[in-house]
Design a protein around this ligand. Structure first.
Ligand code: ADP
Length: 173
């Protein structure tokens, strides 16, 4: 039943009208490339101003700001692991990102969340390995978070989208 709440789309996360969008940020929280740059560009300069007051964010943790010019009310910034071959706790750290985002969602009574594919861009985490971790961890967190009703994985390119669809289909089996 719960999987009905989870979907994947091929699109741009800055355009989503949800309570919160997740940013795959870096430790400084002061903006960067990829989805981080897109979110700062769409939210406007006030987002950077608020981020400057947060003193960065540790890898695997999450911090919340307002969404400013975005349709989303909040941005939950999390810092994914840099892929270093898979033997350096990357999987645990990636799962921790999703858990930390849900912790923030519970704190702010958020009911709908859109995630990008954390770590699979500049940070080099293979999407085939990241997608099952993302889907599994979100399922677990949904079980313990009644306030969150909807999760959307927003995949910027078709290949990422196909991999997430496959990971979501794995839920049925
Ligand atoms: P990381 O540094 O965590 O790897 P990136 O931003 O480089 O973060 O990439 C994470 C994923 O976000 C990649 O799949 C990338 O293609 C995707 N991405 C980039 N821009 C957007 C956007 N506007 N909406 C959704 N996903 C995006």
């Amino acid at each position: 039943m719960k999987e009905k709440l989870i979907s994947a789309i091929n699109g741009d996360i800055t355009e989503l009208s949800v309570d919160a969008i997740v940013n795959a940020a870096n430790n400084s929280l002061l903006g960067g490339g990829g989805v981080d740059g897109a979110i700062h560009g769409a939210a406007g300069p006030e987002l950077l101003e608020e981020c400057k007051s947060l003193n960065g964010c540790a890898t695997g943790k999450a911090k919340t700001t307002k969404g400013y010019a975005l349709s989303a009310g909040y941005v939950i910034h999390t810092v994914g692991p840099v892929w270093r071959g898979g033997g350096n706790g990357e999987e645990e750290t990636l799962a921790e990102c999703y858990k930390s985002v849900f912790e923030e969602a519970r704190k702010h009574k958020i009911s709908s969340i859109a995630f990008p594919s954390i770590s699979t861009g500049i940070y080099g985490y293979p999407v085939e390995r990241a997608a099952p971790v993302a889907v599994r961890t979100v399922m677990e967190e949904l079980e313990r978070t009644p306030t969150v009703e909807k999760v959307i994985f927003v995949c910027f390119d078709k290949r990422t989208y196909d991999v997430y669809l496959e990971a979501l289909e794995g839920l049925d089996g």
